[in-house]
Design a protein around this ligand. Structure first.
Ligand SMILES: Cc1ncc(COP(=O)(O)O)c(C=O)c1O
Length: 380
């Protein structure tokens, strides 16, 4: 594919890193009418039940529980497994991941990341286990699965639980198995920035039937029935409007994914031979989420830093994101932890200076992607 070398003009309209699927208003109104007719707005209504069942099938998991957002879901995942003490996790993630541990009075222990997948480095987990460790919390960053086999081996050896933050991994499968079948519990986020969304929302997915009962109590104040409140729960329920929007959005997912695939292929073709730009590794074993298109800018070879490129792209009306920079281990609330030291996290500290999420959503055209790549070369 030929990249234009003429001087690029800024885009007329801002190009953001993502844009949510917005179904036709007619379809939404139709669904809202069903809710108005039912007069049931929240608490396990018909839309909620329908969405839970459909997602279970789509994600190929035995149990699923919907939530008002992914963060509350992850807080409840820790509660439901009765985690305590310390949990080993990655610093290269969205703030919600370590914060849910803090909200559970658990100390996050940061483990360095793999230089290729940018996920928690399974080879480094064992050395971080102490008598206080109760679990490993991995993140399938950008939808690339963690080393689920090795992590499970370590967990089995030390009697630890495994939770995955699968916020970016909607629909990802490893060898045809839904990603939610690995570990004890996985969390999905259905925030508007995600491929599948319910405006705000999330889910826990898992294999044990007894967890379903406990999780559903925990997200509804611990209420068992009108006479019994059996545990200190919280309000984590997804409402009927969120669920209804999700049901409509589901119909658009395949088309959106196909469009994003074409755009990702265009990016790859344009950027594959650019010195200093590294693309995510290829892997045939797992399917892609098409949640983000991320590059790594190696300053020495590219000639410009990631931060320079990020700023400069704004002049062309292209708004990228530095997912995930700053590293969670460098936040004021965590940087005093011994595991947050730069010497403990050399790879994560380098990667966080390199990553840049480029715009990816179905309404973009391959021509626009080519222009973004051409601008990148111009900046270089
Ligand atoms: C990796 C990761 N974990 C957790 C979350 C939090 O999910 P939510 O916004 O649904 O609470 C997000 C993003 O939103 C995320 O990207």
């Amino acid at each position: 594919m030929q990249i234009l070398t003429i001087q690029n003009k800024p885009f007329d309209q801002p190009i953001y890193v993502t844009r949510p699927i917005l179904p036709s208003l007619d379809r939404i109104t139709e669904k809202l009418r069903e809710i108005w007719d039912s007069k049931w707005l929240t608490n396990n209504g018909p839309q909620h039940c329908l969405l839970e069942n459909q997602l279970k099938n789509i994600l190929k998991v035995p149990y699923l529980s919907l939530f008002n957002n992914g963060t509350i879901a992850l807080i409840i995942a820790c509660q439901s497994l009765r985690l305590t003490g310390e949990v080993i996790t990655t610093p290269f993630t969205f703030p919600a991941t370590p914060h849910v541990l803090t909200w559970n009075n658990i100390k996050p222990i940061f483990c360095d990341i793999d230089p290729v997948t940018m996920n928690i480095d399974a080879d480094k987990i064992e050395s971080m286990i102490t008598p206080q460790t109760s679990a490993i919390l991995g993140v399938h960053v950008y939808g690339t699965p963690c080393d689920v086999v090795k992590i499970q081996e370590i967990a089995d050896k030390y009697g630890l639980k495994v939770i995955y933050d699968a916020a970016h991994a909607f629909g990802v499968e490893i060898d045809g198995m839904g990603i939610g079948n690995f570990g004890d519990i996985s969390m999905m986020s259905f925030h508007a920035t995600k491929l599948f969304h319910t405006v705000e929302g999330g889910a826990l997915i898992f294999k044990e039937s007894n967890l379903k009962t406990r999780i559903d109590f925990l997200k509804n104040f611990g209420i068992k029935n009108e006479e019994e409140v059996v545990m200190p729960g919280i309000n984590g329920k997804m409402n009927e409007i969120q669920a209804a929007i999700g049901l409509v959005v589901l119909d658009y997912i395949e088309d959106e994914r196909n469009k994003r695939k074409v755009l990702v292929d265009t990016y790859k073709e344009c950027l594959k031979d650019v010195p200093g730009i590294k693309l995510l590794p290829k892997d045939k074993i797992f399917s892609k989420s098409y949640q983000y298109f991320v590059i790594r800018i190696e300053e020495e070879m590219f000639g410009r830093s990631r931060n320079y490129v990020y700023q400069k792209l704004k002049e062309y009306n292209v708004f990228t994101r530095k997912y995930f920079s700053p590293l969670c281990s460098n936040y004021p609330c965590y940087k005093q932890l011994p595991s947050a030291s730069i010497t403990n996290l050399p790879v994560a500290n380098i990667v966080a200076q390199q990553v840049l999420s480029l715009p990816l959503y179905g309404d973009l055209t391959p021509d626009e992607i080519e222009k973004i790549c051409s601008i990148l070369l111009e900046i270089k």
